[in-house]
Design a protein around this ligand. Structure first.
Ligand code: MN
Length: 505
């Protein structure tokens, strides 16, 4: 769905979930200003039991001139757009409407109207709105109030940017021209004394597993930022390597996860915990996620403290019990009886940093998997894998593995990878500079399809594991059978083919 499709409706109401948070308010504000600019009669509302009372949100609403209204009922609009939530959800006051649209970053909880943008891999709904506005050439930065609101929306939904999910979240953070003083004043009125008390009470009842060195804290309904503060504090405790703080709210469970050991990456841990129920993301040390109440219901988990606590503990146990850790080069795993595969000759992309005027600069390569900082000199190229990931390669190695092709380059992925200039903070897409090349390297590999979860510390990176899930492949080159690594299912299926006879190689 494009925002311009909404301009066909005569009058529109934008609705946040009840007890709106900063992300919901910012998202609705963005859509509101777009519709206003296009002369569509529009209102921005929310329902529920109480009007906004948290001091940071009252301040946000007033200082950024956000025309959000607390209502008990509305006249039936031509179109109702729910932001940061879905129509007919438990925490969304029901208002009849002729047509409905949904813009949200949570998992689908029911049937969606055909007008929808649902991206649960984004850290905030503000990110989606920012992206939708950009696609309509609506310059968010011309309105500092809006830029500030969107920035604050992402900030509060991702625990102060530590739990970002998607590269677009990082793009938003890096490109908005927001008011620093406003953000500072919201930040300093974020916690109330009663919330501080909630944190204290929760910590008193910490569950601790000695076996897994994992702490678990259930927190009374609270602002999600409290969760981050609690989990940060818990991780400081001696004997706690990983920890989880969570809270139940109307529509589900919010989780904040921390880890200080290399055997557990927080973002991967929270993805495991919320698997099939919601989503999660963040960094190796800090991450956040949520579980959808309706999906917990489907799984037969009672939405009560005790049952939820039991469920989370069960998932923690599964995480630690059913994941095998492999140190490549030092493992008893023997792949030499496994089938042999070689790479198909696939088209990939490469970029010469000289053509982007990047020589002598330090840049951040940004793609779905994360950011990598690289110093550009004339000895490297930037490679674009078929799934959109980018990474640097030495020209000498490029020559060994790839052949340059004349076919014009076409990007196949979802998020166009970009580079960020470390000095100016500006982002540039690499796609316009990309040329095609073909994999010429044919080193065969042994590969075994995984039935289990494994974490592999490769010989190239002993600090950071790659996760293999059932369906992915554990592989090693024929000439280095101990140097194990993971190839994910999709990459394996699209890039490798079976060699029928080992001897023929
Ligand atoms: Mn949100």
């Amino acid at each position: 769905m494009r925002l311009r499709e909404l301009l066909d409706y005569k009058n529109i109401v934008i609705q946040c979930h009840d007890n709106p948070d900063a992300d919901a308010i910012a998202s609705g504000f963005g859509i509101y200003l777009y519709l206003k600019e296009n002369n569509i009669p529009v209102r921005f509302v929310y329902g529920g039991d109480f009007p906004i009372h948290k001091s940071n949100l009252v301040l946000m609403k007033e200082s950024l001139n956000i025309p959000i209204e607390y209502v008990k009922s509305i006249d039936i609009p031509d179109l109702l757009i729910t932001v940061d939530c879905q129509y007919k959800e438990g925490n969304v006051k029901y208002f009849p409407a002729k047509n409905v649209a949904v813009i949200d970053h949570h998992k689908a909880s029911g049937t969606l109207p055909s007008l929808n943008v649902l991206k649960s891999n984004m850290g905030s709904c503000s990110t989606i709105v920012w992206y939708l506005l950009k696609k309509e050439n609506f310059d968010v930065n011309k309105n500092t109030d809006l830029a500030t609101a969107l920035y604050y929306g992402l900030m509060t939904d991702t625990n102060g940017f530590t739990e970002l999910y998607h590269p677009l979240d990082r793009d938003l953070r890096d490109t908005l021209k927001y008011s620093k003083s406003s953000i500072q004043s919201f930040r300093n009125s974020n916690l109330s004394l009663s919330e501080l008390k909630i944190a204290g009470e929760a910590l008193e009842k910490t569950h601790y597993s000695k076996k897994y060195r994992c702490g678990l804290v259930e927190v009374k309904p609270c602002d999600p930022n409290i969760l981050g503060i609690i989990s940060d504090m818990l991780l400081e405790v001696d004997g706690v390597d990983t920890c989880i703080a969570y809270t139940l709210f109307n529509a589900g469970i919010k989780l904040s996860v921390r880890s200080c050991i290399k055997e557990v990456q927080s973002n991967e841990f929270v993805e495991f915990l919320s698997d099939g129920l919601g989503s999660g993301g963040g960094h190796y040390d800090k991450a956040g996620g949520y579980m959808e109440r309706s999906l917990l219901d489907l799984m037969g988990v009672d939405f009560k403290q005790k049952a939820v606590n039991g469920f989370i503990k069960k998932r923690i146990r599964e995480y630690f019990e059913y994941t095998k850790i492999i140190q490549a080069g030092n493992s008893s795993e023997d792949l030499t009886y496994s089938p042999v595969y070689t790479k198909k000759s696939l088209l990939m992309g490469y970029v010469d940093p000289a053509e982007m005027d990047l020589i002598g600069k330090t840049v951040t390569l940004r793609s779905i998997e994360g950011d990598i900082d690289v110093y550009c000199d004339d000895s490297i190229y930037i490679m674009i894998r078929s799934d959109g990931e980018i990474f640097p390669i030495k020209k000498a190695n490029f020559g060994k593995s790839f052949t340059i092709s004349d076919i014009p380059y076409k990007f196949p992925g979802e998020y166009e990878p970009s580079v960020k200039d470390a000095n100016s903070g500006q982002l540039f897409s690499v796609i316009p500079y990309a040329r095609s090349c073909i994999i010429s390297e044919t080193t065969p590999v042994y590969a075994r399809r995984l039935n289990e979860r494994v974490k592999v510390f490769t010989v190239w990176d002993k600090e950071k594991y790659t996760l293999g899930k059932p369906g992915d492949y554990l592989a090693a080159k024929l000439d280095a059978p101990k140097e194990l690594f993971i190839i994910n299912k999709e990459t394996f299926q699209s890039t490798y083919e079976r060699k029928l006879c080992k001897e023929a190689i």
